[in-house]
Ligand binder design. Structure first.
Ligand code: P6P
Length: 337
């Protein structure tokens, strides 16, 4: 495959009429911010960026220095470009309209600046997740309520995984494509076009230590996976759990699998562990564009009508036939089967 840069891909999409210049600029700005984050992460202990920041966020989580730094990098990069009307972040209590000093555009950007950051200090892959929505036409200074659009309204979603290599995975609604950062020239180069996630899998990703807290259908679903070929699924399964959503999802994008963070009695009151607007929805868009599926276990993820900026949801995503199996257990349980 002739490798093309992210910029050339985006110009091709713009010339094909699938994105406009503002969205192209937005994606380029976010990608450039991710390069800066990648450099900061790569310095590790030598960059003075490891460890806790000594602050907390609305999620009630202790912030890592790199959480705060990554958030600041994305805010600064996107403030003055004129392509955004507002931004929302896992690390900020509320969304922010673009300051009056700068021209505003027509898009809303939501992001988790550094997902899985508890893995930073043990040198395991982490990532940035982002989602792009349209700002409602008659709104110039968007508030939180203007971000509360279902995932099926997203115009773009992506993540950058900071691992052995830095890779940006992106969709603008016409397939999911993978770009690898060429550090020598500082460009993201397309290394996989139009990824297709295998419909079936033998690999699941879940935090098994929560098993005793799961709902009955999840207990039955995973219980049958663990029975292997002697059980009702008729095949043996393997398990992986990185505890970094971007790393686990990237493995699934690359070779298939199912990822789940289901409801459990510990997170039930909050609606789940993972956040809808800047984790589940962008990953759902990316996975669906790659031929996979994403569900709450009872509803297509991208059909969920958001009620809060930091709303949490149960997540099942990946190989579409396996997600359908997990959903079947939940719907049968609900039907009293
Ligand atoms: P647990 C990271 O904190 C995160 O939000 C996701 O990236 C990851 O999939 C999940 O939480 C890990 O949760 O309970 O296994 O530590």
């Amino acid at each position: 495959m002739k490798h093309i840069s992210l910029t050339r891909y985006l110009i091709q999409e713009q010339h094909a009429g699938r994105i406009n210049a503002d969205l192209r600029l937005l994606i380029e700005v976010v990608a450039r911010a991710c390069k800066t984050i990648s450099i900061a992460i790569g310095k590790g202990a030598l960059g003075g960026v490891l460890g806790d920041a000594g602050t907390g966020n609305i999620q009630g989580e202790a912030q890592k220095k790199l959480d705060v730094l990554s958030n600041d990098i994305l805010l600064e990069a996107n403030a003055w470009g004129g392509h955004l009307a507002g931004l929302a972040s896992e690390e900020m209590d509320h969304s922010q309209p673009i300051p009056d000093a700068f021209q505003r555009g027509n898009y809303l950007l939501l992001f988790d600046p550094l997902d899985g950051s508890s893995n930073i200090d043990v040198n395991i892959s982490v990532g940035t997740i982002f989602s792009v929505l349209r700002c409602p036409d008659d709104v110039t200074a968007p508030g939180d309520e203007h971000f509360l659009q279902p995932g099926n309204t997203q115009v773009c979603a992506g993540y950058t995984t900071y691992g052995p290599s830095t890779m940006l995975v992106l969709t603008v609604g016409h397939g999911t494509h993978v770009f690898t950062l060429d550090r020598e020239i500082g460009s993201f180069i397309m290394t996989r076009r139009d990824v297709q996630v295998p419909a079936e899998t033998k690999e699941f990703a879940v935090n098994m230590s929560n098993q005793r807290f799961w709902e009955a259908p999840m207990q039955r679903y995973v219980g049958d996976l663990l029975k292997g070929k002697e059980g009702p699924r008729g095949k043996d399964f393997n398990m992986r759990w990185v505890a970094s959503m971007v790393a686990d999802v990237h493995r699934i994008i690359t070779r298939g699998g199912i990822f789940s963070y289901p409801l459990d009695s510990k997170c039930r009151d909050k609606g789940g562990k993972l956040r809808l607007m800047y984790e589940a929805n962008p990953m759902a868009f990316i996975i669906e564009q790659a031929g996979g599926a994403a569900s709450t276990g009872r509803q297509r993820m991208m059909d969920v009508q958001p009620t809060g900026l930091h709303q949490r949801v149960p997540v099942f995503l990946g190989s579409r036939d396996e997600v359908a199996q997990a959903v079947r257990y939940h719907l049968e349980d609900d039907a009293g089967a």
